[in-house]
Every structure is written in C-alpha cells, then in structure tokens.
Write a protein that binds this ligand. Structure first.
Ligand code: ZX7
Length: 441
C-alpha cells in the first residue's frame, strides 16, 4: 500500500470522468502465451505465486524457476530455447489498431494504455539504448506504439503508456524473482540502468505526449533523485497528463490496485483498479471460460469501481498475430451492448454522498452513481419470487419516485416506501445490472 499522500495536484477532469480504460499487454511473451491459470493476485498464496505464476507476461521469469510447470512446458514445447527467440517469432501480421480501438470505444473505454516495455526489456518502439532488441528492428518490424497511438487519437480517446521502470530482466541483468519478499533482488538500481530508463520515458513523452504515465514496479534508486525533473518535464509537455503511483512512493496523481492486491488504495478523489479479463495480462492460451470474466462480471466490476469513485483499467492480451482473442472480444462486445444505453450512468458520474443510499451485495445487487441532476440505481439479481419488486434503501427525500426511468427503455414503477423507494419492474433477475434514473429532488 502506498503510505504517502497523493500529489495534491488536482486530477484532471478528463481522467476522473473517463471511468474506463483498456490496458494492452502485448509482447514476445504473447508468442509463448503460457501460464498456469493459478488465480488472482492478492488471492493466491504469495509462496505459490512465482513458481506457478498466472501472469503469462512473466514467462521468462517463471521458466527460470527450477521445477516450475512452466519450465517443463518450455522444455517440452520449445526445447528450452532462449526466450529472446520469441521476439523474432512475433510477427503481428494481423495487427489492425483501428479495429482494436473501435471495439474499445464501443465498450465505453475513454483511454488506452499499451505496454511499451515490460519486464523482459523488449521495447515496442525504437527505444533509445535498445539497439535492435525492439519490435522496429526485429519480429513485427513495426513501431507498435506509434501505430496504436495514432488509432487511439483518431478515435478521440486518450493515450497512455505503460513502462516497466522497476523490473528489466535484460538491461537489468537480473536473476529470476522467486518470492515477493525477494522482489527487490530482481530489480536493477544501478545508475546506468536508471539513465537508460529515464531516457526511454523522456523519449516516450517526446514522441507521444501520453495522457497517462503508467510506470510499474517502482523506479531504480540511482534515478529517483531525477524523478521530480522528469515529472516537471512531463507536466510541461502534457498539462492534463496523469501519473500513477508505482514510482517507489516518489509521486502519484492517483493510486492503483491490481486484482485483489493493494485494495486499500481504493480511496480518495480518484483511483484505478486494474486486472485482466482472466488471471493474466499477457495472452494465456491455457485459460478457459472458467477463468475469464463474462460480460456481466465485467460490467458489475466497472459499476462497482465507478460507484466507489474509481476507474477500471481492464486489460486485453492480444495474440502474437495481432488479433484479440475471441473470448476477450466477446467480453468487450457484451460491455459495448450494455454501454450503448448505460453510458450516461457511468461516464462523468460521481459516487453518492456516503449514507444517502446503500449499496447491496447478493440478491438484489445494488450500486449507485450520480451526476448534477440525476441519481442512478443499478440493480441486478432481483429474485423472481419478488415479482420484480425491490426496495432501495435511500435517505428520505433523496429521489423523486415519479421520475423513475429505466435506461434500457423497459417500464419501471416506483413509489416511496418506509426505507426509501420501492421499484417494480420485470427482467431484473439477471446478473447484468440495469440502471434506473431518478431526478434528484
Ligand atoms: C499490470 C501488472 N503489474 C504487475 C506488477 N506486479 C505487481 O504489482 C506485483 C506482483 C506481486 C506478486 C506478489 C505480491 C505482490 C505483487 N505485486 C506486473 O508484474 C504484471 O506483469 C502487469 O504488468
């Protein structure tokens, strides 16, 4: 958990209003595309995590752990050959950034954040200091970041960059990380690496003026004294830019949580929860439907996060050929269908004042958002035997029952009740939430 106050700089309204972003983890690890679907970060026993890492983007680390199933898989499937060869095998021959971005936009995403350099040190652009170990000179032979940035901005979405400043198993020349207690041993802190990383982040700023600087796993100690200058340069270049909280407590415009880890960061003016659609960020071919969110799960996650004042950064892990896995597309398509009539209850809303209306888990499932003139109740899983009738606990006088309207157009009846508002409407017995709009008194 971060034990420092957020920067105090007001978070730009575009970020607080955005509510929903798409993370993209794409790399040489998308060729191996293999991990054990062990479970969620923050739920899996840390003693189990690294040897049975569900993050397919950690493949190079996991195959170097003696006795790991990934090591056995790498031996039997890839003959134990060097990880670096996956960069040359990665062709991205079907990469169509406009197709990706159209789906992201329809799903309701307002920003997109691709990995520019993950822990394996392979850059998805012609990054300074990388020589030919990047996707411009090998494998795809394409500046994947520039191509995606152009498509994102052409669709009027915001563009951010993920950069693994804290871990670089190549430039950092580090042994595998075996346990979270020894995570720091896997991190390079030398001045040479710090200068290398600093120069690359400056290059990304110069090339793309990214709206989000999403660093991961901290920053090399030898370079931390230079971070204030880096952030000043960033804000001078991108006045509405936002910086996340993973710079070793140096600075943050907003805090992040990941799956169930660091959930204590979910407070304050704005925060962001990130996770994959399954248990991995990089594409993992071993994941089946039982490991993935379905559209209702994804919508409920988004609504719950937004109702508590956060953003959701939901990840897609493209295949090596540049296509989005069909099962991940299906989740975003489901979100797009729902968002078509629910966007107003999500984007640019705020949480309700605490105590004015109760969220509820179970049957029914209830969450709330508001804007200047309306309050939105999201309802799901209303038991059938209740005949579609559900009591919403609200502060007396908060809502005008006569103004109730379902955003999907179906009919709803509302009347004042002893604990707030009673609504009666058919078809609320599904896991997919339905929003009911009320005018505020
Ligand atoms: C977005 C996500 N961020 C991860 C950073 N890792 C952690 O924050 C982390 C790993 C871990 C393992 C045990 C206990 C805590 C941990 N945090 C990366 O390691 C992932 O590959 C991915 O990029």
């Amino acid at each position: 958990m971060n034990d420092f106050p957020q920067s105090g700089r007001p978070v730009p309204a575009w970020f607080t209003d955005a509510k929903f972003g798409i993370f993209v983890h794409w790399g040489a690890y998308s060729v191996s595309a293999w991990a054990e679907p062990t479970g969620e970060l923050g739920v899996v026993d840390p003693d189990v995590w690294f040897k049975h890492n569900p993050y397919a983007e950690w493949y190079w680390n996991t195959i170097r752990i003696e006795g790991s199933p990934a090591q056995e898989h790498h031996r039997t499937t890839h003959g134990g050959r060097p990880y670096d060869e996956f960069l040359d095998e990665w062709k991205a021959e079907l990469f169509d950034p406009a197709d990706w971005v159209e789906l992201f936009a329809r799903a309701g995403a307002r920003y997109v954040v691709p990995t520019t350099k993950h822990h394996d040190g392979i850059a998805l652009w012609d990054a300074p200091g990388t020589g030919i170990r990047n996707t411009v000179h090998r494998g795809p032979r394409r500046d994947l970041i520039a191509d995606l940035a152009a498509a994102v901005r052409a669709r009027d979405l915001r563009f951010g960059v993920y950069y693994s400043g804290g871990i670089d198993w190549y430039a950092g020349r580090r042994d595998p990380v075996l346990h979270e207690d020894r995570m720091d041993e896997g991190r390079p802190h030398e001045a040479a690496y710090a200068a290398y990383a600093h120069r690359q982040v400056i290059d990304l700023i110069d090339r793309h003026s990214p709206d989000v600087l999403w660093n991961d796993m901290g920053w090399p100690r030898a370079g931390q004294a230079d971070l204030p200058e880096l952030f000043s340069y960033y804000y001078a270049t991108v006045p509405e830019g936002v910086v996340n909280d993973r710079w070793d407590n140096a600075h943050a415009d907003y805090l992040t949580s990941e799956y169930e880890a660091d959930r204590a960061n979910e407070w304050g003016a704005c925060w962001e929860n990130t996770r994959g659609i399954g248990f991995s960020f990089g594409y993992n071919q071993t994941e089946g439907p039982e490991h993935l969110l379905d559209p209702a799960d994804a919508v409920r996650l988004l609504v719950d996060v937004v109702s508590r004042g956060g953003n959701l950064l939901l990840n897609v892990g493209p295949k090596a050929d540049g296509t989005l896995p069909q099962e991940q597309r299906a989740v975003l398509e489901g979100m797009a269908s729902w968002m078509a009539c629910h966007s107003e209850a999500v984007h640019a809303t705020r949480p309700l004042e605490s105590g004015s209306a109760d969220p509820h888990d179970g049957d029914p499932w209830v969450r709330w958002t508001r804007d200047e003139r309306h309050i939105y109740a999201f309802v799901a899983d209303v038991p059938d035997e209740a005949g579609g009738r559900v009591a919403l606990k609200t502060r007396p006088g908060l809502l005008d029952p006569d103004t109730a309207e379902r955003l999907d157009g179906d009919t709803v009846k509302a009347e004042a009740g002893p604990e707030g508002i009673h609504i009666t409407s058919a078809g609320l017995d599904t896991p997919l939430p339905t929003a009911i709009r009320f005018a505020t008194r």
